[in-house]
Design a protein around this ligand. Sequence first.
Ligand code: SAM
Length: 286
Amino acid sequence: MAYFPEFWFTEKYTGTCGFTFKIKRVLSTEQSPLQRLDILETYDFGRVMLLDGLVMFTERDEFVYHEMIAHLPLFAASDPKDVLIIGGGDGGTAREVSKHIYLNSITNVEIDEVVVKNSKKYTPFVGCGFDNEKVNLIIGDGIEFVKDKKGLYNVVIIDSTDPFGPAEGLFNSEFYGNVRDALRDGGIVVAQAENTYYDKRWMMRSVNNMKKAFGKNNVAIYQAAIPTYPSGTWVFAIGWKSGEHPRDRFDEERFNKLNLKLKYYNPEIHKAAFALPSYVEEILKG
Ligand code: SAM
């Protein structure tokens, strides 16, 4: 009887638990000066990008993360024209932002060109985000990039890796202060902010540091269900320079005009994503 070995990949969430995929094959492995990238072909989740052994996205559920990090702030912002994405080298966020066809400019600052190159080649369903002519891709450090930008953007989206290595500074108050200054009046920032089970200190670091920059009444979190991220429920921190809470701002006319075919985000989710379980409210109280 022939013996066919099976290959499995586990992302370790702690020393004792994690998430496991059975994989068909490894499509690409590359070490950049900053991180190791792998693209896997899996049975249940399609193609998967890993950075340093952590799942960045899977073909099957990436729509949740990318729709929620892009459309919620864009439909909350008033008449947005210019958007800055920091990180997001896979192109998924640029793909969703590009659906807002009335924007004048979309600037995407990603530190590692190896991520962009592999995404375009192996995961074009997200890599296509860089095809739109309005997307200006800059290979560089987002922390440095925002330092001298004043009042240029309506929305800043921080689509980063976890808070260590090159992304560590994307979670501190000095960076959020520079982002606040880079925003126009009424501008909105959104940052991926980890989860409430395994990394709640990381989430709180993001929330507290954003509050130092935007004020304690101008920062909130919202959540989305993402099966292949640790805990399955992901947190986004959102800060606004002035005006109403983004939960209560939704441009229905623009939403109807654009008539986007989305799979997760909709007007009800826009509001409901801000409803938090009691245990999360407790964590936020510190
Ligand atoms: N959705 C993802 C997640 O949380 O799993 C994030 C994916 S995206 C690939 C994150 C990107 O942030 C990576 O490509 C990484 O190279 C980039 N990045 C990390 N630090 C950065 C920095 N300081 N400036 C710009 N990009 C950065």
